[in-house]
Ligand binder design. Structure first.
Ligand code: 25A
Ligand code: L14
Length: 338
């Protein structure tokens, strides 16, 4: 894309009224992205409503194949079905698509990018750049610098994922169920398979024949693609917890070479996009409430795993709607225009 420091861009946001789309528009404003015009797109349910950006109201239009004339950059976050159907039309119209869904992530012709980890991959795009899964993004931001230091052989990760990853209706469902149960009323699950208030559900996305869920499989495949190393073994268990924003991850690592907890802390303290909060003596470690609304991937509880050779365990938390989705997509767009 043109690299002219004064150039301004026409930016479309597909799914502009959703949890991620709204955060994308907020992030474009916060980071002063050079937007000449905003094109908010959603379903017919939202067409005619408006979103606020840069002190102006912008009318939301219904997403169609003809939505992209004159658009330079299109940020997609309305689910994989819409991405598969409409991203090609955006590319044909001359836009570069940054897609937040799983639709194109494992397509070998589509770069899968976390700007702190593999920004160089952006250059080989053919119109679509994929934004990884939220749980993968926050993990690889912290693991890449450790991999460069000591070579990660195996990752075992268990996630504690907030409801906001499943969209606005999921946020509403946790709030409604919580108040209903507090007043002794019955609840009927809609968005999630089971009651989510006061519960944890060891299923995110659907099950595959191998016994893992698609969410777990995404963490395995996307980690290897972003880290550009197929030899890393990844085993994931993904769990939904009754938290509104931020995912937590318990991560067990086996390295090829020795690395101490102190050395890991030192490396992570200067890693881009990472913040170390690791002072157990004072009860300090990252939590969902630490990360919500923030940009970093927060790391704490760094300790040796004495059950394996060269093992480290840690706890990683980040806001899944920001770094896990909207912020990472806007960071990719920023790289496109420099
Ligand atoms: O592919 P799926 O299964 O349909 O997945 C979509 C779901 O995944 C969420 C998304 O969140 C939605 O729940 N999601 C968000 N990021 C994702 C990601 N990276 C992601 N899924 C995968 N990967 P959401 O509900 O917060 O945002 C949805 C946005 O997408 C727009 N949208 C939906 N269908 C569309 C469409 N845009 C164009 N064409 C379509 N056919 C959606 O716009 C929103 O911006 P909207 O106008 O439909 O939503 C306005 C309000 O309506 C609520 N709502 C959503 N679905 C329903 C609904 N209300 C009633 N019935 C529904 N079925 C939304 O909460 C919003 O407030
Ligand atoms: O692949 O928490 O981006 O339900 C979308 C749904 C991530 C998880 C993706 C959720 C997923 C998300």
């Amino acid at each position: 894309m043109n690299s002219d420091s004064k150039k301004q861009y026409v930016v479309a946001v597909v799914g502009a009224t959703g949890a991620v789309g709204e955060e994308m528009i907020k992030t474009l404003a916060q980071r002063s992205f050079p937007v000449k015009a905003l094109v908010p797109l959603a379903s017919s349910r939202s067409a005619g409503s408006s979103v606020e950006f840069g002190g102006k109201d912008w009318r939301v239009s219904q997403l169609t194949e003809n939505s992209f004339a004159g658009v330079d950059i299109a940020l997609f976050s309305a689910g994989a079905t819409r991405s598969l159907e409409f991203a090609p039309a955006a590319v044909r119209a001359g836009a570069v698509v940054v897609d937040n869904s799983s639709a194109f992530r494992m397509d070998p012709t589509v770069p899968l990018v976390v700007p702190e980890v593999n920004p160089h991959a952006i250059a080989r795009h053919k119109g679509i750049i994929a934004n990884p899964n939220c749980s993968t993004i926050q993990m690889v931001v912290a693991l890449k610098p450790l991999h460069d230091e000591a070579g990660i052989k195996r990752i075992v990760v268990s996630t504690y994922q907030s409801v906001s990853g499943a969209g606005k209706s999921a946020i509403e469902e946790l709030a409604k169920q919580t108040t209903a149960l507090m007043s002794m009323q019955e609840v009927e699950p809609k968005k999630f398979q089971w009651q989510i208030a006061f519960n944890c559900i060891p299923q995110i996305d659907s099950f595959l024949e191998n016994g893992y869920t698609k969410e777990e499989e995404k963490m395995v495949n996307e980690t290897k693609k972003i880290m550009e190393d197929d030899s890393i073994k990844v085993c994931a268990t993904t769990v939904r917890v009754p938290v509104f924003f931020s995912h937590g991850e318990s991560v067990n690592l086996e390295f090829a070479r020795p690395i101490s907890p102190d050395r890991a802390r030192e490396i992570l303290a200067r890693a881009p996009g990472v913040e170390v909060v690791d002072d157990p003596a004072h009860g300090l470690y990252p939590m969902a409430i630490t990360a919500a609304g923030k940009d970093a991937s927060f790391v704490g509880r760094i300790r040796a795993d004495r059950t394996v050779e060269h093992g480290l365990n840690m706890w990683i938390v980040s806001d899944n709607i920001r770094k896990g989705a909207a912020l990472n997509a806007v960071q990719i767009a920023e790289k496109l225009i420099v």
